[in-house]
Design a protein around this ligand. Structure first.
Ligand SMILES: [Mg+2]
Length: 232
């Protein structure tokens, strides 16, 4: 194949594109909302307060499991008020600790598809989050062997896409971003002049929801990671 097919540069998101991620956070949040019900708060209201707290903490402390733990604790303290118990705060942090230790559950079809793509194109893993935490996940996934580079950034926005394009000398018309998040993967990549492949995941985090906007590049929407083989 090489020589007959143009070699593209494909940037690939990790959380909820290569492996399950948000579904574990959602399980923890469901348990947390149950914990708050005896205080008289409807689940939707408690969830709203948690989302607001997460937005604020992400701006201040970035993404990651520790930031998430901080948000759960603050939401609990706020809603439980003077009824808050130290033991419960401890339980919340134990649960978050478990979350951090959950081994990456690689999505179906990912390994063979990466194997196929890596033989034909340049692959760069592009993920956002807390650097050490994301690096540990990549390592435990065993998927790094398929990639020419691993890039971990605090936020995936137009500026970080442009910086990555420059650092790796990506020809934009031959560059693609593959991911599940309109906000972090699709819209900023298109705005930076790249092409994009949107692979929706049913459990995409609420804070990543956004309408897909059209940009200069091409946009493909696929139903599975495996379907990349039909296009690259
Ligand atoms: Mg993702």
């Amino acid at each position: 194949m090489p020589g007959t097919m143009p070699r593209e540069t494909i940037l690939i998101d990790a959380d909820d594109t290569l492996w399950e991620n948000n579904v574990y956070f959602e399980q923890t949040i469901e348990e947390f909302l149950t914990l708050l019900e005896p205080f008289g708060y409807p689940r939707e209201y408690a969830r709203h307060i948690l989302n607001e707290t997460e937005r604020r903490n992400i701006r201040q402390h970035g993404y990651g499991v520790r930031s998430f733990g901080r948000s759960l604790e603050e939401t609990y303290m706020k809603l439980a008020g003077h009824l808050a118990e130290r033991k419960t705060v401890g339980n919340i942090h134990d649960r978050v600790q478990e979350l951090e230790c959950t081994p990456p559950n690689v999505l179906e079809g990912v390994i063979e598809t990466l194997d196929y793509l890596a033989g034909r194109h340049r692959l760069i893993l592009f993920t956002k989050g807390e650097a050490a935490e994301q690096a540990a996940k990549v390592e435990r996934s065993g998927l790094q062997i398929h990639f020419d580079a691993i890039e971990i950034v605090p936020e995936k926005d137009v500026a970080t896409y442009r910086a990555l394009v420059n650092r790796h000398h990506v020809v934009k018309s031959r560059g693609w971003m593959v991911g599940n998040s309109p906000r972090s993967d699709i819209n900023p990549a298109l705005e930076a002049g790249l092409n994009a492949v949107f692979i929706p995941h049913h459990a995409t985090w609420a804070l990543e929801h956004e309408e897909v906007r059209s940009g200069a590049g091409r946009l493909l929407i696929l139903t599975s990671f495996r379907a990349l083989r039909e296009h690259f």
